[in-house]
Ligand binder design. Sequence first.
Ligand SMILES: [Zn+2]
Ligand SMILES: [Zn+2]
Length: 308
Amino acid sequence: MERRPETEATDTRVMIERYLPTIERARAAGVSVRTRLWHKPGSAVDLLAVEPVEQRRLAAVTLDARALGRTVWEKNVELSEDHFAAFPTGIPPEPARMIAASHHVLVAAHGEGPAACSMCPTRPGREICARCCGGGKIHLDHNYREYEPCPGCGGAGFVRCSVCEGAARTRRARVRFVEDRVDTLRYTYVPSMTVALESALDEALAPGDPGALPDCLRFDPRPRATGGPYRGGPAAEPTFHGHRFGDALRRATSAAAGLGGEGQILRQEIATYARPILWLRYKIRGARREVVLSVRASGEPFVFVAPR
Ligand SMILES: [Zn+2]
Ligand SMILES: [Zn+2]
């Protein structure tokens, strides 16, 4: 059965409302904010039953982002003839998915042909054994007076040269290194407020498992062009159902932009979610309190009260 558009819009609205904190909704969910205003018994007050002196609709931003960045650098190297002949060339293909990979490709060969290996001038094709430092023998365990032939080189003091692979000749070449790296970022950016409120919200609005947040909280973080007679004027900062992101959006977008490193960005998958917050300020007979209401990823209401 085909659903009518109005029904769909209503469903989305109902879904979103669960995540838009209001005093009425918090009270309906049985939330109370009892706080003692003075150090004497019986002075507890339920703040949600009192009119706040100020309220602001704010929103945190949860970022669920992945980027595949490609870094490229080049280096002159010396290769064995076999290694040189088998060296890949061309540009490594862009991966079809978010997969980390390392490639190296030959950019240019230096010189007409092979030249003497720079690693093994003393004994061509051989290099000093790293285990015995060329001595051919090593100390027996715990006994510094006795020796045994070095197991690394069989007592010879030399092993096959690792650069020319024993041929005593190498090719010089320029090699390009290509590193594809996947960066992931799952983080909630809370708009600036007092430290106590920010850290409480940091904990409550943590992104949770991937896919834990409903699609109805996703939004487009790009500034909107102002329409009408003001077209061409400054772009309007996006809001979410009347909730303002403050500096949280700027911090989230700059973190997303930095994802994938300095190099070329091959792929990007960024989901941006709004996490509406209701910030309330109370002043009751000289006592000041700040309260934040919000909704956890699970849909559970969250409330936190701090002295101002
Ligand atoms: Zn050795
Ligand atoms: Zn060599």
